[in-house]
Write a protein of this length. Structure first.
Length: 104
């Protein structure tokens, strides 16, 4: 049994039915068309796998929002302000105070 539950007799019968339905002259065209379809399917499958791999890579490359430093925190650190345990609003207030004190 070469194809699971289909034996040689069944395969010969299927081929005979195809020849009767489509004629011997159409068989090369049908085979060519089936080959092109299989090729297109494999090509699309490879493209999908590549896209999926790129998607997974982009997920790994994206930093976790909980650990990502906000622009406000970066600005506060640049001004020499301690950011530990402070909200962005508190940091903005401290940055504002520090900048106003530099102006005067």
């Amino acid at each position: 049994m070469p194809f699971g539950g289909i034996g040689t007799t069944e395969i010969i019968l299927i081929v005979a039915v195809i020849v009767l339905l489509f004629g011997a002259s159409k068989l090369p065209e049908l085979a060519r068309s089936a080959g092109k379809s299989a090729g297109e399917f494999k090509k699309a499958q490879k493209e999908a796998e590549i896209s999926y791999q790129e998607f997974e890579k982009s997920l790994k490359d994206t930093p976790d929002p909980a650990t990502r430093e906000s622009k406000i925190q970066k600005m506060a650190k640049d001004q020499g302000i301690d950011t530990a345990g402070k909200t962005d609003e508190q940091l903005l207030d401290e940055i504002s105070v520090k900048m106003n004190s530099k102006e005067t």
